[in-house]
Design a protein around this ligand. Structure first.
Ligand code: ADP
Ligand code: MG
Length: 600
C-alpha cells in the first residue's frame, strides 16, 4: 500500500492554529497590543471599525522590524522572544509562541508597515490568507503598524458566529483596559469608527485606573502595598462603601498579565468579610509579582487561568494585606448598610441650583399598588395585538398552554388568593390549585410590558422634577448611547449622554427615582455580561434586565388586591408560563393529585 500520511500545507495548519488563537476581534486586539508592548513602544494607538469586524489596527512607536523579520514574523513559530525551551521558564514578555501573526494572517487581510530606528525606509507587506500579496519599501515612522481587515473573511461560519457589535466592542474594550491598566507609563489611545474612546496619557497607576474607569473611581481607592519573599502585591481595592451589586471592576494581574483566579478572588473578598452587605462586591486592581519559575507559564495563550506553586501562601498574604490596608484607611466604622437609600443625594446633584422650571412633579414615593390614579392606566389589560410584537418572542417554541380561560372558571379571575411565605401566591383554579412565584411572575409581566411599550404603545414615562445627573465611565456612556433608543422606548428620557455623564429627565413609571442609578448600572452589567446570551436583540436584553431589576422581590408582603393584580396580569401575558429567563412562573396541582396523596 502506498503511504497516506501528508504534511498539512502551511496555510491549512495556520488556519487550524488560528482557531485557537483568534476567537473574536478582541483576541486580535490583545495579540497586537501585547506585541507592541514587547517591542518597547511608549505610545500605542488602537483603531477599530465595526467592532473590529471591518478593521483592527495597532500603531506603535516600538523598535520595529528589519525587512527580513517583517517577512518572517508571519511564519508559524517565528518568534524573537524565546530561543531555547529553557527560556520558557523565565518568560518576561507577553508573547512567546510565535503563533499570533501567522494565525491572524491566515484568516484576514493584513497590512504591515514597520521601520527600525536606523533604517531610512521601512517595509510594507500585504498578506491575505497566509499569502503574501505584495512587499514594498515605504516611508514610515519608526515602529510598527499592523492593520487587520475583514477578520474571518475565509471562514464564514466563524464570521457569522460573531456577536453583536455591542458585545464584540465590549470584549475589545475589556482587552484594551486590561493592557492599559498594567502599563500606566505607556500612552494609549483607542478610536472606534473614528470616534475617540480613550486617550490615556502616560501617568502613574492611580491616575491610569481613574482615566480608564472614570473620575468617580478616585475617591474609592484604598492603596495596597506589600513585599515579601514570595510576592510583591501592589494596587488598589475599593472602599467597602463603594462596593457594587455587580462584579464589574475586578482586575488581577500576575507578572503584568491579566488573569482570572477564583481562588485569589476569594482571598480578596474574604478580606472584606463583615464589611459588605450580602450581594455586594468590591472593586479591585491588584498587581501581583511572583518569581517566574513559581508559576506555570505553559498556559494556553488565550486563556487567563494560571497555576501557582504556592497558592496557599499567596492566599494568606493577599488576604491579610488587604485586611490590614482596609483597617489602616479606617474605612470600616462609617458603614451603615441600613441607611435609607432614598435619602441619598444623587450623584452630581449636591451643588446644583435649579435651572429649569419644573414641568411635571412626580410622586417620589410612587408605589403602583397604592396609587389609585396610576392604577387605572397601568392596570389596563387591553393589548393591541401586533405581529411586530409577536415576532419579538424568542421562545415561541414554548407552547402556550395555560390561558386564563383554561385555568379559571370564568373569564375574570375571582378566586381568592393567599400569599405564603412572602413568596408565593396561592389560588384555586378549575382543576385544583396554583402556586405563583411572585417575583418570577412579575418579571414576566414587566418584560412583556416593556416589549409592548416599545413596539406597540407609547411607553409611559414620568418626568423627573429635577433632571438627574449620573456619572459613568466613558465606555459605559458609549454603551448607553448604543441602547438609548431601546431605553427610551421603555420610558427613559435623556437630556444628555455625553463625556462621562448622563442627564436623565424621565423614567418608566415602574421605576422610582432613587433606583435609577442602580438599575442603569445593573442593566449595563447585564449587557456586558450578555445575560441572557440567548437574547437576539438589545431591546430584549434591556427589557429582560429591567424586568429583573424592577420585579417585586421575594419577601415583599402583598395585599390581596396586589396578589390578584399579579394573577390577572400574569395570565394576560402571552407567555405566562415562564419568566423571561425561562424559569417557571407558577406550578399547578390537580385536585386528583392532591386526592392521591390522601390515598383517595
Ligand atoms: P510572539 O509574540 O509569540 O513572538 P507573534 O506572532 O505575535 O509571536 O509575533 C512574531 C514576532 O514578530 C515577534 O516575536 C516579534 O519579533 C515580531 N513582532 C510582532 N509584532 C511586532 C511589533 N509590533 N513590533 C516589533 N516586532 C514585532
Ligand atoms: Mg505576540
Amino acid at each position: 500500500m502506498s503511504d497516506i500520511i501528508q504534511l498539512l500545507p502551511d496555510h491549512v495548519a495556520n488556519q487550524i492554529a488560528a482557531g485557537e488563537v483568534v476567537q473574536r476581534p478582541a483576541s486580535v486586539v490583545k495579540e497586537l497590543l501585547e506585541n507592541a508592548i514587547d517591542a518597547n513602544a511608549t505610545s500605542i494607538k488602537l483603531l477599530i471599525k465595526d467592532a473590529g469586524k471591518a478593521l483592527i489596527q495597532v500603531i506603535d512607536n516600538g523598535k520595529g522590524m528589519s525587512e527580513t523579520d517583517a517577512r518572517f514574523c508571519f511564519e508559524r513559530h517565528a518568534t524573537s522572544k524565546i530561543k531555547t525551551a529553557e527560556d520558557l521558564f523565565n518568560l518576561q514578555t507577553k508573547g512567546f509562541r510565535g503563533e499570533a501573526l501567522a494565525s491572524i494572517a491566515a484568516i484576514a487581510h493584513v497590512e504591515l508597515k514597520t521601520k527600525q530606528e536606523n533604517q531610512e525606509l521601512g517595509t510594507h507587506i500585504k498578506i491575505e490568507g497566509s499569502k503574501i500579496i505584495s512587499q514594498e519599501l515605504v516611508s514610515t515612522s519608526k515602529g510598527t503598524s499592523i492593520a487587520v481587515k475583514n477578520l474571518f473573511y475565509n471562514i464564514p461560519a466563524r464570521r457569522n458566529f460573531l456577536k453583536s457589535n455591542t458585545v464584540e466592542t465590549r470584549h475589545i474594550i475589556d482587552e484594551f483596559q486590561r493592557v492599559a491598566l498594567v502599563h500606566p507609563a505607556i500612552e494609549f489611545s483607542m478610536y472606534h469608527n473614528e470616534n475617540e474612546v480613550y486617550r490615556l496619557n502616560d501617568s502613574n497607576l492611580r491616575k491610569r485606573i481613574v482615566a480608564v474607569l472614570g473620575k468617580k473611581t478616585n475617591e474609592k481607592l484604598v492603596p495596597i502595598d506589600e513585599t515579601t519573599d514570595v510576592l510583591t502585591l501592589t494596587g488598589f481595592v475599593s472602599k467597602p462603601e463603594f462596593a457594587k451589586k455587580k462584579r464589574g471592576e475586578q482586575f488581577f494581574f500576575v507578572n503584568n498579565r491579566f488573569i482570572k483566579s477564583a481562588y485569589l478572588h476569594h482571598a480578596v473578598t474574604s478580606a472584606f468579610e463583615g464589611l459588605l452587605a450580602t450581594g455586594y462586591h468590591p472593586s479591585y486592581f491588584l498587581y501581583l509579582t511572583v518569581p517566574t519559575n513559581t508559576i506555570d507559564i505553559n498556559i494556553h495563550p488565550t486563556k487567563t487561568e494560571i497555576k501557582f506553586d504556592n497558592e496557599k501562601t499567596l492566599y494568606a498574604i493577599i488576604r491579610s494585606t488587604i485586611k490590614h490596608s482596609l483597617g489602616q484607611y479606617n474605612v470600616a466604622p462609617v458603614l451603615d448598610f441600613n441607611r435609607d437609600a432614598t435619602m441619598d443625594t444623587p450623584y452630581g446633584f449636591k451643588d446644583k441650583t435649579v435651572y429649569k422650571e419644573p414641568v411635571i412633579s412626580i410622586d417620589r414615593s410612587f408605589n403602583p399598588f397604592e396609587n389609585e390614579s396610576s392604577k387605572s392606566t397601568r392596570f389596563s389589560y387591553k393589548k393591541e395585538k401586533s405581529q411586530q410584537w409577536e415576532s419579538l418572542y424568542t421562545d415561541i417554541s414554548i407552547p402556550k398552554i395555560n390561558t386564563r380561560q383554561q385555568l379559571f372558571t370564568n373569564d375574570s379571575i375571582t378566586a381568592k388568593t393567599h400569599q405564603v411565605h412572602r413568596k408565593y401566591i396561592v389560588s384555586t383554579i378549575k382543576s385544583g390549585v396554583i402556586f405563583i412565584h411572585q417575583n418570577l411572575a412579575h418579571q414576566r409581566i414587566l418584560y412583556e410590558e416593556y416589549l409592548e411599550n416599545s413596539t406597540v404603545k407609547e411607553a409611559m414615562s414620568q418626568q423627573l422634577l429635577f433632571p438627574l445627573e449620573i456619572n459613568f465611565s466613558k465606555d459605559d456612556i458609549k454603551l448607553i448611547q448604543e441602547i438609548q433608543y431601546d431605553l427610551e422606548s421603555t420610558g427613559f428620557l435623556f437630556d444628555k449622554i455625553k463625556g462621562e455623564m448622563i442627564v436623565v429627565k424621565g423614567v418608566p413609571t415602574t421605576i422610582t427615582e432613587s433606583k435609577i442609578t442602580v438599575i442603569l448600572e445593573q442593566l449595563l452589567d447585564d449587557i456586558k455580561n450578555e445575560i441572557p446570551d440567548t437574547s437576539f436583540s438589545q431591546l430584549d436584553i434591556v427589557a429582560k434586565s429591567l424586568a429583573k431589576s424592577m420585579a417585586i422581590k421575594t419577601g415583599t408582603q402583598l395585599s390581596t388586591e396586589e396578589q390578584e393584580d399579579i394573577l390577572e396580569r400574569l395570565f394576560a401575558c402571552k407567555e405566562p408560563n415562564h419568566s423571561p429567563f425561562g424559569k417557571p412562573t407558577f406550578i399547578s396541582m390537580e385536585l386528583n393529585e392532591i386526592d392521591k396523596k390522601f390515598g383517595l
